[in-house]
Unconditional design. Sequence first.
Length: 256
Amino acid sequence: MRTPLVIGNWKMNGTLASARALASDVAAALPQLAGVEMAVCPPFVHVPAVAAALSGSALALGAQNLCEFEPGAYTGEVAAEMLLELGVRWVLVGHSERRALFGDSNERVLAKLRRAVACGLTPVLCVGETLAERQAGHTETVVDAQLDAVLNASDAEALLPALVVAYEPVWAIGTGETASPEQAQDVHRYIRARLAARAPTLAAQMRLLYGGSVKASNAQALFAMPDIDGGLIGGAALKAEEFIAIGLAARARLAA
Ligand code: PEP
């Protein structure tokens, strides 16, 4: 059984005070969420405060991005080593907002994955198609290209065991429109099959998350699907109660 995993992506939201409070409120609920791995990804500048608020808690700390280069002259960037030093364990790589707005190409995504894995961070590789790509019937082609950037890398064998993949259809991110459980399962099944063609044992063990307007009200149906091992949650992760309810929905997988 793959351990259910729920990760909150706070994006560029909140204040120091609200970040601390949100982290503490979620951490306080963790005893109800035994068996589910939970993590939050605050904005970089809030990471130290959230790390302090989480001290002694099993709620893990993640980051939303990292630099693809080793520490050095890269103004405005944050190195994997710096994140690790702050207690960060997870890192999002290739989020659609980074791909669309900040030029994170498949090549850069691969470089970031390499840095994350080299430093012992667990990367969450985000993949997914836009609405136009889905409507043109290109979902699998787009996801293939995003996955192949890693699967065809010369060091794929070193990268894959560390990886979690999040399928996030771009049309469902922050729009309130969620993929139906069946639509999401279809792509998750496809992703697992693609991974299995390269590394069968690993593919069976790898956690695949769904992201895109997951809420407490739709999480359970999504997480009931056989290949959906949890969620990457944006907007709903900003409300402790909602995020905890999503964690509880993931917990229901344990009883299935
Ligand atoms: C995300 O940012 O990864 C995300 C899935 O956002 P939302 O849940 O708000 O759609």
